[in-house]
Design a binder for this molecule. Structure first.
Ligand SMILES: [Zn+2]
Length: 168
């Protein structure tokens, strides 16, 4: 009695599925662009083309390819979301946040120094006298970045964000 033919599930990566080809065992896309995430591959293919993505993945060490694939996807998504600035928009916003936080930090450090100087000048003063420095409390507002808020910082041009990266 002949057994019924067994169905073998052939797994394709999203790239081979997209191109309607058989996924070879050593397919460079298979580990990073699984067939259940077709949008991920289509996104990088639109921006970089599959050929270039394959070249870039082969150019990095095997243990870094997953990160490289995710990085390419992130960049491609950013580019498709904003055709003009791409990932630079996010970097500019992050740079503005860094600048704002640095300014706040400088203000707080300055206030701390003022309080220290005041306390030092009041040598022997009781702890109740510390209330006299209450006016030195910094008035800080939480910083919010929202792309939907028309009052949020606009990204009219990319800010040179390398300054903070090279000189932390
Ligand atoms: Zn494949």
């Amino acid at each position: 009695m002949a057994s019924p033919p067994r169905r073998i599930a052939i797994s394709h990566c999203a790239a081979c599925k997209y191109f309607k080809r058989k996924c070879p065992p050593d397919c460079i896309f298979e580990p990073y662009f699984p067939d259940n995430e077709p949008a991920k591959f289509e996104c990088v293919h639109k921006v970089f083309t599959a050929c270039n993505v394959g070249k870039m993945l082969k150019a990095v060490e095997a243990d870094q390819r997953a990160e490289a694939a995710n990085s390419l996807y992130f960049e491609a998504r950013s580019r498709l979301d904003d055709r003009v600035y791409g990932i630079t928009k996010m970097l500019s916003q992050l740079n503005r946040e860094i600048q704002y936080i640095e300014a706040q930090t400088a203000t707080i450090k300055s206030e701390i120094e003022k309080i220290k100087a005041l306390v030092t000048s009041q040598t022997g003063a009781s702890s109740s006298n510390y209330s006299s420095v209450g006016y030195l409390q910094p008035q800080l507002q939480p910083y919010q970045v929202s792309t939907s808020n028309p009052n949020s910082p606009r990204v009219d041009e990319p800010v040179a964000f390398t300054r903070n990266m090279t000189n932390p």
